[in-house]
Ligand binder design. Structure first.
Ligand code: CTP
Ligand code: CA
Length: 232
């Protein structure tokens, strides 16, 4: 690890981290959300700060506060998170997408509170796809002047078609980012836990040795990996 003040590869680099879970509004008082705690994103921010980076945290909903010393941009929904990430890109050297971005949002946000009806009919909520923010960032970088490292996260389970690493490799290729941090999940793992195990996959298809430990240990490993990409 590179201590603050040392002239390491992350010193003075501008790192943008998205963290927490988005909320997709149904009406003025209700939303569809997810169980992201935001802890991994906060740990990434701490790790980047410790390596001397300038950190912008694009923060959706989280159970923990952001670390002191980073710029915080608060967002609510996936669409807001997309706008904040794309705004930050021209002044960013490293983007880490740790946020749990909702894949879908209600097709319409009803302006007044949804009421039960007298006929007892069950309401139907139509969902539409949200933009893939990571993919859009990869596309946008093609027209940016400077270099930009882009990292994604994925939680995968194995299934009858493939194991978690195979799913993650396909996702990395689909997204076109530089590295993907794979969390292998079972039914009761990872969400809200204070530690986990990840495998860092690179765009060339290689995989680093698994990293096991606290979210901060994982975050340090991710930032060291990013630092090596920048140094090249
Ligand atoms: N992500 C994103 N925008 C979305 C969904 C996901 O930027 N609308 C980012 C996440 O922040 C993460 C990476 O993409 O860094 C992988 O997220 P994941 O949910 O695993 O990927 P999806 O493409 O949504 O695939 P799946 O259908 O497996 O959920
Ligand atoms: Ca998803």
């Amino acid at each position: 690890a590179v201590a603050t003040g040392d002239a390491g590869p992350m010193t003075g680099k501008r790192v943008t981290i998205s963290a927490g879970g988005t909320r997709e509004a149904l009406d003025p008082v209700r939303f569809l959300g997810n169980r992201s705690s935001g802890k991994q994103g906060m740990a990434l921010a701490e790790a980047a700060l410790a390596q001397g980076a300038h950190v912008t945290l694009i923060l959706a909903h989280a159970e923990v506060p952001p670390p002191a010393g980073c710029d915080v941009v608060r967002v609510d929904s996936a669409l807001q998170l997309r706008d904040a990430v794309l705004d930050a890109l021209p002044t960013t050297d490293v983007l880490v997408m740790a946020a749990a971005v909702a894949d879908f949002r209600p097709a319409e946000m009803v302006a007044t509170k949804i009421k039960k009806t007298d006929d007892g009919a069950d309401p139907v909520i139509t969902l539409v796809r949200n933009p893939d923010v990571l993919r859009e960032a990869v596309v946008a970088r093609a027209s940016l002047p400077g270099p930009l490292v882009i990292a994604g996260f994925a939680a995968e389970t194995g299934d009858s078609s493939a194991d978690p690493i195979t799913h993650a490799r396909a996702k990395l290729a689909r997204k076109g980012c530089d590295l993907l941090v794979l969390n292998v999940v079972g039914a009761d793992l990872v969400f809200g836990e204070d530690s986990n195990e990840v495998t860092i996959l690179s765009a060339d298809g290689s995989e680093a040795a698994p990293v096991r430990g606290s979210k901060r240990v994982v975050a340090d490993a991710v930032m060291e990996h990013v630092a090596r990409l920048i140094a090249h």
